[in-house]
Design a protein around this ligand. Structure first.
Ligand code: TXA
Ligand code: MG
Length: 329
């Protein structure tokens, strides 16, 4: 590993040269850090799966920096997808599209579709532009671990398994992109994410009642074939995670001194035992800090008690990630 480096012109050139020669480079996006390789090079992409310990059944997102690059990998772009791309790109939206034959099957887990996103981060866009080719990139963490929102998280999780890490500071959005399949007449949200269901439906001028019926998120089992990578245990700390309402937290007996317990709260309440951290009670602020907080609490505790955030639709992606974090190993 050449280390964690700042994104100077020189280092961006170095990163682009490494990717072009088939190596892995981690880079910041507005959602989480990505682990990048040349999307059209099967050997390079294979290295991503090895570095992450990722099952070969879980397809990757391909990142582009222009609409011309999109045309290099998508066989067609349905009008619904184009509407969404025009509205949300560059940004935290991933579109599942029919793939071109040039995409190695390792990228798409053998499937006929490819997931594509144009990230809204200057360093990510600059890197893709300098490489001049689409970059396949999953989150830059070992499989099932918490996604990285700091360069240090990548170094801690992947170490020598990555050639270079470009440090762009903390990721502003903090949770992964929304994955949308537009291959049917009505869109399907395969993974809730940074862009809300409401934003997607508004952009397509679909009303909420239609959305309720047509755009339900993927639940494991139900949509295995559609979104093969959605495992129930994902984004999970090593510590035991308990997801509780504020009332249940107030009733929780004090932990004994041998248990290192911590609390992740989104409202004012006091606990005498363990370390207490608080995230803002609004979905954007909460998402932005969530993974860094989980990384930190995972280092210092055996048990993380998380207060359930509000139930409204704007919190959907956060509930999804918390539920996965709390899923037993
Ligand atoms: O924000 C993000 O999306 C980040 C940054 C780095 O761009 N990337 C990311 O990648 O979260 P990853 O590999 O951790 O998650 C990719 C998700 C998985 O749930 C996978 O199943 C789904 O996208 N996916 C990829 N290709 C697909 C396809 N062809 N059809 C359906 N789902 C697909
Ligand atoms: Mg991931």
């Amino acid at each position: 590993m050449y280390g964690v480096v700042s994104p100077t012109h020189e280092n961006l050139d170095r990163a682009a040269a490494l990717i072009r020669s088939g190596e892995l480079v981690a880079f910041p996006t507005e959602t989480v850090y990505g682990l990048g390789a040349l999307a059209l090079d099967a050997n390079a992409v294979q290295k991503i799966f090895v570095a992450k310990g990722r099952p070969s059944t879980n397809p990757l997102i391909v990142h582009v920096s222009s609409f011309e690059m999109l045309d290099e990998i998508a066989a067609s772009v349905p009008s619904m997808a184009l509407t969404l791309a025009k509205q949300f790109w560059p940004g935290p939206l991933t579109l599942v599209l029919p793939k071109r034959d040039n995409i190695p099957s390792v990228v798409t887990a053998g499937g006929p579709t490819v997931a594509v996103r144009m990230p809204a981060h200057p360093i990510a866009l600059e890197l893709i532009t300098r490489v001049g080719k689409p970059i396949a990139a999953p989150s830059a963490n070992r499989s099932t671990e918490i996604s990285p929102t700091l360069a240090q998280h990548v170094a801690d999780s992947l170490g020598d398994r990555v050639s270079l890490i470009l440090d762009g500071g903390p990721c502003a959005r903090g949770i992964e992109s929304t994955v949308v399949d537009t291959s049917d007449l009505s869109p399907r949200i395969l993974r809730p994410g940074s862009i809300t269901r409401e934003q997607i439906l508004n952009a397509l001028a679909l009303d909420d009642s239609l959305g309720e019926r047509t755009a339900q998120p993927a639940h494991d089992g139900e949509s295995v074939a559609r979104s093969p990578g959605q495992q129930e245990r994902h984004y999970a700390p090593r510590a035991r995670v308990m997801l509780l309402t504020s009332e249940r937290i107030d009733q929780l007996p004090q932990s004994d001194a041998t248990l290192r317990r911590s609390y992740l709260l989104c409202s004012e309440r006091s606990r005498g035992d363990g370390s207490v951290r608080t995230l803002p009670r609004n979905p954007d602020g909460y998402a932005s800090g969530l993974y860094a907080m989980l990384h930190e609490l995972d280092r210092i505790s055996d048990e993380i008690v998380i207060e359930l955030p509000p139930r409204d639709a704007a919190w959907e992606a956060i509930h999804d990630r918390l539920r996965r974090a709390a899923h037993p190993a």
